[in-house]
Write a protein that binds this ligand. Sequence first.
Ligand SMILES: NC(=O)c1ccc[n+]([C@@H]2O[C@H](COP(=O)([O-])OP(=O)(O)OC[C@H]3O[C@@H](n4cnc5c(N)ncnc54)[C@H](O)[C@@H]3O)[C@@H](O)[C@H]2O)c1
Ligand SMILES: O=C(O)C(=O)C[C@]1(C(=O)O)C=C[C@@H](O)C=C1
Length: 377
Amino acid sequence: MRTALVIGTGLIGTSAALALASRGVRVHLRDHDPERARTAAALGAGTDDEPPGPVDLALVAVPPARITAAVAAAQRQDLARAYVDVGSVKGALRADLDAHGCDPTTYLGTHPMAGSEKSGPLAGSADLFEGRPWVLTPTSVTDTEVLNLALELVSLCRAVPVVMDADAHDRAVALVSHTPQLLSSMVAARLENADETAVRLCGQGIRDVTRIAASDSGMWLDILSANPGPVADVLEELAVDLAGTVRALRGLESVPAAGTEAADARAGEGAADEDGKAALALSDVLRRGREGSARVPGKHGQAPAAYETVAVLISDRPGELARIFADAGAVGVNVEDVRIEHATGRQAGHVQLMVESRAAQPLAAALRERGWALRTE
Ligand SMILES: NC(=O)c1ccc[n+]([C@@H]2O[C@H](COP(=O)([O-])OP(=O)(O)OC[C@H]3O[C@@H](n4cnc5c(N)ncnc54)[C@H](O)[C@@H]3O)[C@@H](O)[C@H]2O)c1
Ligand SMILES: O=C(O)C(=O)C[C@]1(C(=O)O)C=C[C@@H](O)C=C1
């Protein structure tokens, strides 16, 4: 990639522009607030001059509700060979782009899983995406060139590409991003009218839980409005845990202190069983929380997961890569990383799809069934 145009020079656009510019890409910066594009340019993210002709890649990094209009306008003006957005919800956006007649062959929906509660160009940094998953959601009509340019963008930002179906992505981020944002806001909202004596005692625990509650509420309203069903599903599961926890705590609230007459009388009434159940319900939710927390990648410094490779022979024809990813998505397999080996002197190559070990066999079988030739390692 030689040239790029970043549309929307806030936190994400400026961070990507800084990474691209530092790796030799000529980056043009555009924002509907020209002061923001100037600020990004002053930070070394590129130039706010208009590009002299179409660039290789246009990166659309505007708020979710504005992405469709920005992609449609950029495509109409023929600004680039490939158009990539970074919005936090992918399924609803695709439907919206289709409804607005956007060209699906030159567009690819992506989502870097890195960010901050801060916004604007001054919050940007070149290393924001390093080592972070960056989701790509190609379809069977995405041009191979467009997918390759997006993979190059991810690689230049030192992120880890994860290829996913758009709806599967939306369900996943409902669990790992959108619901946590809402819960953080709800915990922080308890402080709104809290007594000053309580607020003064805030320690690290509440700071960890409420950092993202400071995020831009307009942006989050857009995000949640575009992914309502999957977020409501996770909240319903949480509501079961919440109701069980309240029941358990209310039960424990009425337990008299051990050794008192009231406690003896209660034991005589056989209430000890009830008290034990309440304590069990509480310890169960705490135990499950520890197990879930241990699964957060990298949190405890584990080495990155070792993936298995499924190597697929492709011919050098438009749409081949996108077709493989769509086939992998159709059988519910996430491609965690991709490498492409070009066969010298031939119009063909191998795509190495890196997947979790348990997904390798089913993916290989499904691809063979769909007519792909696989290299046996
Ligand atoms: N903040 C995060 O943590 C995060 C992480 C991953 C992805 N995202 C996604 O990235 C996108 C940008 O988020 P951000 O955090 O960088 O927001 P931001 O507010 O920091 O930046 C958005 C920028 O877009 C500009 N803008 C708005 N409408 C425009 C238009 N029509 N044309 C040109 N510029 C326009 C604004 O002036 C602003 O500078 C959003 O779609 C968001 O869902 C955000
Ligand atoms: O680190 C943060 O501040 C974020 O909230 C970033 C975060 C997330 O991890 O949930 C928020 C929304 C984006 O769509 C992607 C990333």
